[in-house]
Design a protein around this ligand. Structure first.
Ligand SMILES: [Zn+2]
Length: 66
């Protein structure tokens, strides 16, 4: 899996890619119970995603913009 290419993950925590900003983010303790449902790296991204639900067309291209 190269989703987290160049992403530092020293503790080998589970990693997901944010559906909004497409950046990888690590498991956090606060998500211990809801990790399966977590889709965004932050409240800000979740908020933005709800404001613009039509950005799904970007799915499929998971290129890094760095
Ligand atoms: Zn994000």
């Amino acid at each position: 899996m190269s989703v987290a290419d160049g992403f530092r993950n020293p503790h080998n925590l589970p990693v997901k890619t944010c559906l909004q900003c497409h950046r990888p983010f690590c498991w956090r303790r606060k998500w211990a119970r809801s990790w399966d449902e977590v889709k965004y790296c932050s409240k800000g991204c979740k908020h933005r995603a709800q404001k613009t639900p039509a950005n799904i067309c970007a799915a499929g291209s998971v290129e890094d913009e760095f």
